[in-house]
Design a protein. Structure first.
Length: 533
């Protein structure tokens, strides 16, 4: 039987369906997992690996379903932040939990999200978790917009309060109290001459202070400011009052009744007498702690994301350099093997027949013919070897002809049929990029011949306004793409693609062939210019 936590939040009420006599597969169907408009991901609790993801999750995170199945929770969440660790702890204790954490998209961008995660046990006794992800970026922006609107309302109220300053004091206080009832800010009215500050009732709700008769002295207000900021706030206020300015605004930190620290912003209109001396301030104080914390969190997330990106770039550059070095070593090794095992033997045989011809006799002509045959064969093999290794093959033949030649040579000596589709503006691309395309095609054809046992293969190179797409497919035995150690050939292809900010995707399973697909962004590193043409 499935074990579902009892106290699932209301947001998950759509998911709490009658579970009697239902298997885990039935449950997932009832939850309309795949068709849900919310981003849902299914994890293995023990390993953190992603088991299943719906379309909404793929769209939110920027991955395909196939890609997500190779990832874990550490790929799409910042698992090191405190809120995520707390979620796991609460979920382990109660079966479910909700928290605001940092999500990470495929392109490296981070975003604030609210996730709700619940544990269940399938028919085989394996713990799994279903996690719903909600991007709250828009909510934060919306809150900022609301706060900006509130600030305008308060400013309008302050102006209106100043206009009523000729009324009797009690009437003004009643009016401020009326405003406070419809505001989340603390309204206040400071009579500078008597040093009495009338404070609205919302001061208790926002900061925890219950002020007798709603009246305090300025020295009492100063006590709530943090000592390290107190002098600066008082100096700025004193300077403003001594000037001819009509408004004052400042941001600082203050202590709440419970000892916690609040970030606040205060603003006021200054009422002056006929001599220009400040006699009264009518203003409001707003608690902006949540906005400040969210902005700091987002700023820290951006900094951490940049650091991670810089580390990844450095790692990629190192891996590319190592792969290039390894590829060169492999090429040298391959040349040595080819010279020793093939060309050396052909020349050795030619020398042997030539020595026998020197002795004379009725078979001399036959020996000379054999010498000539082996020598010509060795020359032909050397020509093929140099043709394969030449870097100027693209400049002399062009990419299309070079691919056609390698297809022709491959089909002449191997039982495989290869088709080639080209829709590519070759003259606008630089030779270095076209050489890399050729090497990838060369490498993948070699992989197909060595490992796939394919009888048919296809090569497609197409271009649109934004991308160049290379696709190489075969009908061979296939392989498990997630299996480690698939070979240096695949690593070389991945590295060459990465050097142009492209990703090599291998789509394959045993018995179903393989499709290699690489999408290159049409960037300046690809386009032809005078230096690299």
């Amino acid at each position: 039987m499935l074990k579902i936590p009892k106290n699932i939040p209301k947001k998950q009420s759509d998911y709490t369906i009658k579970l009697k006599a239902k298997s885990s597969d039935d449950l997932l169907r009832q939850l309309a997992f795949d068709n849900s408009l919310q981003a849902n991901v299914l994890f293995s609790v023990s390993s953190g690996k992603i088991i299943l993801a719906n379309e909404a999750a793929c769209k939110l995170l920027g991955y395909s379903k196939t890609e997500l199945l190779t990832k874990s929770r550490s790929t799409i969440f910042d698992i090191n932040e405190g809120s995520f660790k707390k979620l796991l702890k609460e979920r382990a204790a109660g079966g479910h939990s909700t928290a605001i954490v940092t999500g990470i998209k495929k392109n490296g961008k981070v975003f604030p999200c609210e996730i709700t995660s619940a544990i269940f046990i399938n028919d085989y006794g394996i713990e799994k978790s279903i996690t719903t992800i909600v991007d709250i970026t828009q909510n934060i922006r919306k809150q900022k917009k609301i706060d900006a609107g509130k600030e305008k309302i308060i400013n309008d109220n302050i102006v209106a309060a100043q206009a009523k300053s000729d009324n009797i004091e009690m009437a003004n206080r009643e009016w401020i109290k009326y405003i406070a009832k419809s505001s989340y800010d603390v309204m206040w009215d400071w009579h500078i001459i008597t040093d009495e500050i009338y404070v609205g009732d919302s001061v208790e709700e926002l900061f925890g202070y219950k002020i007798q008769n709603n009246t305090v002295k300025s020295k009492d207000v100063r006590k709530y400011l943090l000592p390290q900021e107190r002098d600066a706030v008082v100096k700025k206020l004193t300077t403003t009052l001594a000037s001819n300015m009509k408004t004052w605004k400042d941001t600082c930190r203050c202590k709440r009744q419970d000892g916690s620290i609040a970030f606040v912003t205060s603003r006021a209109s200054i009422v002056r007498n006929e001599k220009g001396k400040a006699v009264r301030l009518i203003g409001a104080t707003q608690d902006i702690s949540m906005i400040h914390e969210l902005e700091n969190k987002l700023a820290n997330q951006i900094i951490m994301a940049k650091k991670r990106l810089e580390q990844e770039i450095k790692l990629k550059e190192f891996q590319i350099a190592e792969a290039v070095k390894y590829a060169r070593d492999m090429e040298r090794s391959a040349i040595g093997i080819e010279l020793h095992d093939n060309i050396n033997q052909l020349l050795g045989a030619a020398k042997l027949y030539l020595e026998m011809a020197k002795k004379g006799g009725e078979d001399t002509e036959m020996y000379l013919n054999r010498t000539s045959e082996y020598t010509l064969t060795a020359i032909d093999e050397i020509r093929k070897l140099t043709h394969t290794l030449r870097k100027d093959i693209i400049k002399s033949l062009g990419l299309s002809q070079a691919i056609h030649n390698i297809i022709r040579d491959t089909m002449e000596i191997n039982p495989v049929k290869i088709s080639f589709k080209l829709n590519f503006t070759e003259h606008s691309m630089n030779n270095e990029f076209k050489l890399n395309i050729f090497r990838i095609v060369q490498e993948q054809i070699n992989n197909i011949l060595k490992h796939s046992k394919a009888t048919e293969a296809g090569i497609s190179l197409v271009q649109n306004k934004k991308f160049i797409i290379l696709s190489i497919s075969d009908n061979g035995v296939g392989f498990i793409t997630t299996k480690k150690g698939n070979g240096i050939g695949i690593d070389n292809i991945v590295t060459r693609a990465a050097s142009y900010n492209a990703t090599a995707n291998f789509i394959s399973e045993p018995g179903k062939g393989c499709v290699l697909s690489i999408t290159f962004p049409l960037a300046d590193t690809i386009l032809k210019n005078k230096k690299n043409s």
